[in-house]
Design a protein around this ligand. Sequence first.
Ligand code: XLS
Ligand code: NI
Ligand code: NI
Length: 433
Amino acid sequence: MTDFFKGIPEIRYEGPDSGNEFAFRHYNPDEMVMGKRMEDHLRFAVAYWHSFAWPGGDPFGGQTFERPWFGDTMDLAKMKADVAFEMFDILGAPFFCFHDADVRPEGATFAESLRNLEEIVDYFAAKMETHSTRLLWGTANLFSHRRFMSGAATNPDPEVFAYAAATVKSCMDATHKLGGQNYVLWGGREGYETLLNTDLKREAEQAGRFLEMVVEYKHKIGFKGAILIEPKPQEPSKHQYDYDVATVYGFLKRFGLEGEVKVNIEQGHAILAGHSFEHEIALAASLDLFGSIDMNRNDYQSGWDTDQFPDNVPEMARAYYEILRAGGFTTGGTNFDAKLRRQSLDPDDLILAHVGAMDVCARALKAAVALLEDGALERAREARYAGWDTTDSKAMLGSGLAEIAGQVLSKGINPQPRSGRQERLENLWNQFV
Ligand code: XLS
Ligand code: NI
Ligand code: NI
């Protein structure tokens, strides 16, 4: 036991009237909603990088957090793991997620970095025998180190491509060994700063071949989890290739990988792309591409990926409504890809950030469930398309422009506009959130 969270109790559900800060008011893991435990609906995960590796810097100043495990030794990496699993226990977090760079010190060579990773993976594996937290996903950090400044798979230098491939292999091995349920690829610096030095066609082909290799390797080692791409339009690159769900779908189709790869959709990334979170989820579901979510929010004024903890129940309810309509999570879950503000120095802050976020998600889930169970919104949606249920309208889709034109003339088809009823539906929605 470390003493980092000394005095902080395990968080339990105490109900909406509880005055205890260190309690859930809405997240009740065992409560049954739509035939499933709430914990199994939401599948919360703690993100190792923001909670344990991020030092609190911003473009104007460096580290603000002083964590006893900051440093580059294996002993400190193990202390970090000890603290992480203590936090998972305090929160009752069913899952966690990590990058290689979050959990192990960088070595002087690839071989040394690999040894460090393998040692920490064994350390995690031993902990997972006595703790109930499981791995939602693993991933490779192919963006922080300067070697990746011009991209990883899309780098003009084949040696960087090789280094990235070896790194991803090591992270897939780690994820597989720890029983991870997914493997994520976020194209951190897979994009460009200026077209003046960039060959778009070549870079896309490299990225496509790289992803094929990931899928080939998944099958080779018998990894049963899902491979997920996490779209993002910009930051750190001016333009990122995995811009949004639609772009990723086009990319997967181009390389014939649409049956093999799904998406991990992040709230803040959706907003950066000029979409809503629920749009990205609904689109992914409609393309049979929905995998998992990274839950956070951006500051709507700053326009940057500020990775704050979610605090907006109505907004999150829209997201969970789409997730439930899509049948809920299978291998995916709700990963808090969110970090403290740099002034939030205390261990309490880290716990309370997660407690609040878990409660926000629970309230949002419950609102979405109530709305779905009520059924009025779905009935209104169906009624809007009811015209397509007739034999004639179905047959029309099997005919052609000339036949349809003939029918319009012979039947005197003259469509009459009907209300889209948006405000009524918004009023209905607002009865539930
Ligand atoms: C960054 C991404 C990153 C991925 C994992 O914006 O959200 O944290 O989730 O590499
Ligand atoms: Ni992000
Ligand atoms: Ni993310």
